[in-house]
Design a protein around this ligand. Structure first.
Ligand code: SAH
Length: 281
C-alpha cells in the first residue's frame, strides 16, 4: 500500500468524484459491479445455509441476539442497539466469512483493511450521541465518516443521522461499499453520499458536520476535521497514543459559549484501528 508520488496534488479534482448510493448508471461502472453482484448473491445464499442455531444469517433474530449480547456487555444507547439489530452485517463481508458476521470480531474486507468489531462501532456511535447537538436533537445530524471501508458503519450512520457523507481513499473499497449499500433491502437503504478521496481533508462542500467519526487512526487530528465540525458538534476518532503506545479513542467537542467557541479534547480507552493514510489509491 505504498503512496503514489505526486498523486496528492490531484485531490481537489478527485475529491468530488462521487456517486450517491443510488447512482452509478454509467456503463463502465455497471461492468465493474457485475462480479460484485454475484458475490453478493453468493453471500446471501451461503448465509441462508449457514443457519447457526437453526436460523439463517438473513434472519432478524440473529442480529437482535448480537445487539442483546452487546447490551449485556455494556452498550447502553437504545438507538445504536436498534440500528445494530437492523443492518445485516453479513451482507458487507465476503461469503467465506459470513458465519462470523454476528460475532464481536473485526474481519478482513480486502485491500489490507478490516471491518471494525460491532462493539467498537457501537461505542463510537454512542459517544457521538453524547455530543451537545446530538443529545439535544436526538439524532446525529449531519455526519461525516472517514474510512467507508465496506460501508457497514455508513449504513448504521444512515439510520442515526439526517445526512451522511462517507469518504474512502481506496477506490475498490469505495466501489464495494456502494454495491453493498445498494443491495440493502429498500427500506434499510439510507441516503448516504459516498466520496472517493483523502478523508484527511474532510469534505468542505458538505461542512459543517454535527458528527464526525474516523474509522482509521493517525498521528494527529487533521485541522480540516476541526474546521468542519459544527458548533455543538462532536468528533470521535482513534489516534496514536504518545510514545508509540498504541492508539486511544479521542473525542473532540466544539463548544460554544456566547461568542466564544473552543475545542475540548478527551481521551478514552485503547483501541486498534487501521492507519489513517494520506492520498488516494
Ligand atoms: N467503517 C468501515 C471500516 C473500514 S476500515 C467499515 O464499516 O467497514 C478503515 C478504512 O479507512 C479503510 O477502508 C481505509 O482504506 C480507510 N482510510 C484510511 N485512511 C483514509 C483516508 N485518509 N481517507 C479515507 N479513508 C481512509
Amino acid at each position: 500500500m505504498s503512496e503514489t508520488p505526486g498523486r496528492p496534488r490531484r485531490f481537489p479534482l478527485l475529491l468530488d468524484e462521487l456517486g450517491g448510493v443510488a447512482s452509478g448508471s454509467a456503463n463502465k461502472s455497471r461492468e465493474m459491479l457485475m462480479p460484485q453482484r454475484h458475490l453478493q448473491q453468493a453471500t446471501i445464499d451461503a448465509a441462508k445455509q449457514a443457519a447457526p442455531s437453526g436460523l439463517g444469517l438473513d434472519s432478524a433474530h440473529v442480529r437482535e441476539r448480537m445487539s442483546q449480547r452487546l447490551q449485556r456487555d455494556g452498550l447502553r444507547d437504545e438507538r445504536v442497539l436498534k440500528a445494530l439489530a437492523q443492518i445485516p452485517r453479513h451482507q458487507f463481508i465476503d461469503s467465506a466469512l459470513a458465519n462470523q458476521a454476528y460475532e464481536d470480531t473485526s474481519l478482513p474486507i480486502g485491500h489490507g483493511q478490516t471491518i471494525s468489531k460491532p462493539s467498537v462501532v457501537g461505542r463510537m456511535l454512542s459517544l457521538l450521541f453524547e455530543g451537545a447537538s446530538a443529545s439535544r436533537q436526538g439524532h446525529l445530524g449531519k455526519a461525516m465518516e472517514i474510512g467507508t471501508g465496506c460501508g457497514y458503519q455508513a449504513a448504521l450512520l444512515g439510520l442515526l443521522a439526517r445526512q451522511v457523507v462517507s469518504i474512502e481513499r481506496l477506490k475498490p473499497l469505495h466501489e464495494k461499499a456502494r454495491t453493498n449499500l445498494a443491495s440493502l433491502p429498500r427500506g434499510k437503504r439510507p441516503d448516504i453520499r459516498l466520496i472517493y478521496g483523502d478523508g484527511r481533508l474532510g469534505f468542505a462542500p458538505g461542512a459543517p458536520f454535527d458528527s464526525i467519526v474516523a474509522a482509521a487512526g493517525g498521528e494527529d487530528l487533521p485541522q480540516q476535521w476541526l474546521d468542519q465540525l459544527a458548533p455543538g458538534g462532536r468528533l470521535v476518532a482513534p489516534m496514536s497514543a504518545p510514545g508509540g503506545r498504541g492508539q486511544l479513542l479521542v473525542v473532540v467537542d466544539h463548544l460554544v459559549d456566547g461568542a466564544v467557541s473552543r475545542f475540548v479534547r478527551s481521551e478514552f480507552e485503547p483501541v486498534l484501528f487501521v492507519p489513517l493514510k494520506s492520498g488516494v489509491l
